[in-house]
Design a binder for this molecule. Sequence first.
Ligand SMILES: CC(C)=CCC/C(C)=C/CC/C(C)=C/COP(=O)(O)OP(=O)(O)O
Length: 423
Amino acid sequence: MLRRNSLSFSWKLIIPPTSPNSSALTHIRSTSSIVTPTASTSDTQSLGFRVADRAVANTTSLSAVDVARHYGRCYWELSKARLSMLVVATSGAGYVLGSGSAIDYLGLSYTCAGTMMIAAAANSLNQIFEIKNDAKMKRTMRRPLPSGRITLPHAVMWASSVGVAGTALLAWKANMLAAGLGASNLVLYAFVYTPLKQIHPVNTWVGAVVGAIPPLLGWAAASGSISLNGMILPAALYFWQIPHFMALAYLCREDYAAGGFRMFSLADASGHRTALVALRNCLYLLPLGYVAYDWGITSGWFCLESTLLALAITGTAMSFYVHRTTETARRMFHASLLYLPVFMSGIMFHRLSDNPELISVKNSEALVGYTSTSEASVKELENSDQQKKVKRVDPSGRQRRPPVAFASVAPFPFLPAPSYSSY
Ligand SMILES: CC(C)=CCC/C(C)=C/CC/C(C)=C/COP(=O)(O)OP(=O)(O)O
């Protein structure tokens, strides 16, 4: 029988003397590290008690459903499923933006599934490496590993199998570039970012690169290449993560200090530099809408919407900079939660899908240069958003490259040099 414990706000297992499963459950209690939670947990509510692998394996009387539910819950939490789903959304958005006029929905599904598996593996490895730290933090102490609900070898097996499967799926159904990006990102997150959290505050910037890769992965899966146009969404994710994590690190600084993490906010007692960094990165978000419009990725509406959105989050960062309080930090954090889904919905909604007519105009221009007829067709398009795509074709038939295409792609130094292609 499961009964709510009103004092500790936790679920406890009360075993009735006549319960048919009582011997099995008593066995679990005596052989496993059942942890009595000290605070309310959603994870404990699902199964009602905590059991370690060994106990589950030894207890034949537990129903298969209970065991499946227990491990399902553990895998869900190890994978940080909600964070992984956000990662999948960014990868899916990158796929849509990198597609031409026709989106290959089967390819999109494979890309999302592969990304989900690799992100789940990366998040599980992150928890495998941080068991001791997570056990010291209020926010993370109830995770499956520190609470003893799953053993370390079991978690390692889960992480490695799901990581290999996700990478193989991307290699098989998308392309090697997408698979390589996924695998490298897993390595960057689990083996570089995760240990860096305990070594140097630069971890936040490395983490921002990790968060920026999935939309690039999606773009690469759809288009088979990495182009400068594909960098808009990764850039938004990169700059967005800085105020998001600065707010989090400021609000949870005691918890992070208890966990042994070297977050930027810990060496900044006044919060002044934390707020300044957040504000600066919000300002970097401002031109993204214009760039997306100027490069012919979206209509002018997105330029307007994105700029207003960036102004809104910048306003909250400015207010945090001026009054460094929990209240203003929380407001900036909430603004960051709103920013990303709105930005991604906007860029997808206003994206300019490739127009077959324009492609034929482009192809004919490339072959014969500007003729009077083609000039007329270009003029016809002068007032439309699509003109930007035509403008990129010069009389020699080569695509013009914006000056920035020749610059280094700073946050992604390990990636191949971009080729500028919008078709
Ligand atoms: C394709 C692929 C591999 C994608 C991975 C994407 C991914 C996991 C992004 C998360 C980025 C990030 C810095 C999260 C915070 O981790 P944290 O360790 O600070 O979080 P915690 O404190 O809650 O453990």
